[in-house]
Design a protein around this ligand. Sequence first.
Ligand code: ATP
Ligand code: MG
Length: 201
Amino acid sequence: MATGAEGGAARLGVFGGTFDPPHLGHLVAASDAALALKLDRVLWIPAAVHPFKLGAVAAPPEARLEMVRAAVAGDERFEACDLELRRAGPSYTVATLRELHARHPGAELFFLTGADNLRELPQWREPDEVVRLARLVVVSRGGEGVPAGLAYPAMAVPVTRVDVSSTEVRRRIGAGQTVRYLVPQAVREVIARLGLYQTNL
Ligand code: ATP
Ligand code: MG
């Protein structure tokens, strides 16, 4: 039974991504969204194989889960969730949200995503179900809002703009440059220990 801080239904953030690797942009966005929406918790859910990113994932699933665990350790609002990695095949948001409702009866779900992802919503599996199961929240960097013409309800939450991307982190590591301050120290340690992203793809 999921209950919130005051004993009401829990307000759960659902933050999906490739997290290849997780970086400070993700942390600041999740933190600001949690504050603005009074979320009790934010579940970070690395995707097994992102349907739109097939073939482009550089680190194996277990490594991405380990990096997410390292990134969120120490923030009691955040939790790494291996739900999508345990499921066989690609992870559809609708299936994840159904599973989360089963695990957290009565919880209100807030699906956090960047505007870039949300533009693809009409191509997601069962978009009508997705918006029934969760409130869609655009983490809005630099004033960008809900994509114009989106045929589904969504809200924008302003977050501090931190222009880091996983692509840039991977590129830097491949080029032998430091990613200090762009990813948490604990994530850098996992990257170094596992020797991730050393080859520039
Ligand atoms: P890549 O460069 O490989 O596309 P990414 O940095 O976009 O990676 P993802 O794992 O794809 O990271 O992102 C997960 C979610 O976080 C997406 O909804 C994305 O829009 C959002 N996001 C990514 N980077 C930032 C950032 N700097 N600030 C806020 N949100 C972000
Ligand atoms: Mg991206």
